[in-house]
Design a protein around this ligand. Sequence first.
Ligand SMILES: *Cc1c(COP(=O)(O)O)cnc(C)c1O
Length: 410
Amino acid sequence: MFFEMFFLGTKEVRGMADRIYMDNAATTPIKKEVLDAMMPYLTEEYGNASSIYAQGRSAKSALDKARETAATAIGAKANEIYFTSCGSEADNWAIKGAAMGWKDKGRHIISSAIEHHAVLHTLEYLEKNGFEVTYLPVDEFGMIRLDDLKKAIREDTILITIMFANNEIGTIEPIGEIAKIAKENKILFHTDAVQAVGHVKIDVKELGVDMLSISAHKIYGPKGVGALYVRNGIKLDNFMHGGAQERARRAGTENVAGIVGFAKALKLATDDIEENIEKLTTLRDMLIDGISERIPFCRLNGHRTQRLCNNVNFSFEFIEGESLLLMLDMKGVSASSGSACTSGSLDPSHVLLSIGLKHEIAHGSLRLSIGDFTTKEEIEYVLDVLGPIVQRLRDMSPLYEEIERGIRNV
Ligand SMILES: *Cc1c(COP(=O)(O)O)cnc(C)c1O
């Protein structure tokens, strides 16, 4: 029945150019300034940064500048920035590198139940290899409790890894306080800041984190490049073995164009961050308030205020998230039902289950992540189409019919 309806509606599909992109937490388009900065290194400036002749020196100089720019953007020193192939690699390196480097001191790691799979699956791998992991639960808003963290710390705890902000529900964790607790107990602290960068003001020195992961394609940079900030003096085993690139800590010929684009994107994302946060927060709240007012039986997931300025996540009772996504797609709107990694699988998101949602409610969830190109008109359009879509889907639900007729209580 669903499919008939979907295909009848395909005439309504809008062209790619006028689509409304509300999945910026999955990836972002490259900004023009970023592409312009990259172009020379994709064309004439093709040297290997390790070569001593002119082209090599030019690539090396571009890398040095990019490293300086990236460091400044997060309050680090240039020699604390290590470029990687993506955010996932940065997470893998921080966690496996710390585990291997510190295994003689202990084999216990503390994390949270709502981490990105780049962290969770890395920890699962370590668990199969003799490490023990405590996954802190979160409250109904997705926040860890500092008391739980303190209680989880053991003599043999070597690493705490807790994300800065959640990619599905947007909750921002108390990173400064976690860093303080880690420091008091002489435990390394890593945070996956892939979603937070550009949406939260970040100064690694002020925060006191030891390691922090970033990815370029979530902040209008190219795909396939990221960075790990590693505070000076931190012992960390290598993850990529090979040549002496990245001060002999991360092998592989540098992705010069990608790194230059990444640095440019990071600079753009942090230069006017306060204004940008304000602008996005206004748009985000228009969406949140509009949905809450117009659609009955819905629930905002995540924290109301300790929340990423670009994240909106709702659960709608009596509907299927996948059907909702397909119908939004037909109306030209790109969104997500949670996390890109879980779509295609029938398991509800581990994040939504962790905040206490029942399976059937978690299944009816929608993430709208706005971005620098989102307009007020787009928000209004989404608000206009979402209500009727939810209603159409509910009209097909026998359960909802009973609720409407007053036979059943919610
Ligand atoms: C996207 C994302 C990653 C992975 O980054 P990639 O560059 O895509 O590998 C890791 N953590 C979080 C929170 C993310 O949102």
